[in-house]
Structures are given as C-alpha cells and as structure tokens.
Design a binder for this molecule. Structure first.
Ligand code: SAH
Length: 193
C-alpha cells in the first residue's frame, strides 16, 4: 500500500481537528481567566505535544525521517482511519459540551460551570480520550518509527503530569460537587478507568 495514503489521511484529520477547535479557541479568548495553574512544565509539555502532532508528521513527508520508514499495511490504515474518526467525533462533542469552560491549559474562567452531562456523564476527561485516540491513529497511519508514536509519547507525559493538577484545581473550585462527580465517573475509559 502507498505509504503517502496514510500520511495524507492523517494530515486531513489533523486539519479537521484544528477546524473543530478554532471557534472554541476564539470564544475561550473572549472569556476572562480567573485562575491559572499553567507552569513551566505545563508549557514545555504543550510544546512537546505540538511537536508530536505537527512537526514530526510534517517531517515524515521529507527525507529527514526517511531512515525510520516502514511499509504501510492496509489493516493498520483501516484501523488508523477508524480511530481518527472516532477521535474527531469525541473531540467535537467534548468541545461542544464544555462550551465556554474549555481552555487549552489549566484555567478557571469567569462564571466557570462544572459540566457533568453529555459526553462528560460517564468520563471526566473525554477530550484526553480523544487526544489519546488521535495519537494511536497517528501511530497507525504514519508508517514511520519516529513520526508515528511521537504524539503518543508526548501526550502520555502531558497526561500524567496534568491529571492530578487538573483534578485538584477542579476540587478546589467545586468542592463536594466535583468529589461526587469523581466518585460516579471514570477518567478516560467508560466503566474501566
Ligand atoms: N480534562 C477535560 C477537559 C480538558 S480542557 C477533558 O479531557 O475533557 C482543560 C480545562 O477544562 C481545564 O482548565 C478545566 O478548567 C476545564 N474542565 C475540565 N473538566 C471540566 C468539567 N467537568 N467542567 C467544566 N470545566 C472542566
């Protein structure tokens, strides 16, 4: 199978995810930030995730990473495409449900409300589920040992570093309401974890 089919499919899905985010980004910039937990580690990890999602996939089109290429398998392509489409749907739903409460980093916005409905009903971090799915899709769609797993590596670091801080920030803000929500939901996989 032509390896560029995987690369191009990934790129189209990446552009779709940016298109999903743009209107929310605009709206979020209009909403005042009242608390901010983003430190140097958070900013560095955010940069690393961007490198994994954008820089490495673009480099995979150039000869720079050609030494790490391997042949594309049709089953990997089909699974990768399915994973990417599922990721885009969850990415869209989580942005819609969070609305004005969404931030790219750890922040509490003016009139921040705790969202516990829609896609947030069963899991507390559906957006992170969607980013993990995107990272798995990337690993399946880019037949390159470096560019493929780049986001999976970077986002795992970011997720591990962020999870506790984000939940603590939500607990500080919403107290018992968030604790009760935490008790009845899982983190990223419905019914499992
Ligand atoms: N972790 C969530 C949200 C990611 S966006 C997810 O994966 O879906 C990060 C911002 O969302 C945080 O700064 C926090 O302010 C906000 N947030 C996280 N969970 C929330 C919830 N249940 N309701 C409202 N805001 C939430």
């Amino acid at each position: 199978m032509n390896p560029w089919t995987g690369n191009l499919t990934f790129l189209i899905c990446l552009i779709a995810s940016i298109a999903i985010r743009i209107p929310h980004d605009k709206r979020s910039q209009e909403t005042k930030v009242v608390k901010d937990r983003k430190g140097a580690v958070e900013k560095t990890l955010l940069g690393l995730v961007m490198a994994g999602l954008v820089v490495f996939p673009l480099l995979s089109f150039t000869p720079v990473l050609s030494f790490a290429r391997y042949p594309m398998h049709p089953v990997a392509f089909a699974l990768g495409l399915f994973t990417m489409l599922l990721s885009l749907w969850i990415f869209h739903r989580s942005h819609e449900d969070l609305g004005r409460n969404w931030s790219a980093t750890l922040e509490i916005r003016e009139s921040h409300a705790l969202i516990t409905n829609g896609i947030y009903q069963k899991i507390r971090h559906p957006m992170y589920t969607s980013i993990f799915l995107m990272a798995i899709g990337q690993a399946l769609l880019l037949p390159n040992w470096l560019a493929g797993p780049a986001t999976l590596f970077a986002f795992t670091l970011m997720f591990v570093s962020r999870l506790h801080t984000e939940e603590q920030m939500m607990l500080d803000q919403f107290g018992a309401e968030y604790e009760a929500y935490r008790q009845r939901t899982k983190r990223i996989i419905p019914g499992i974890w």
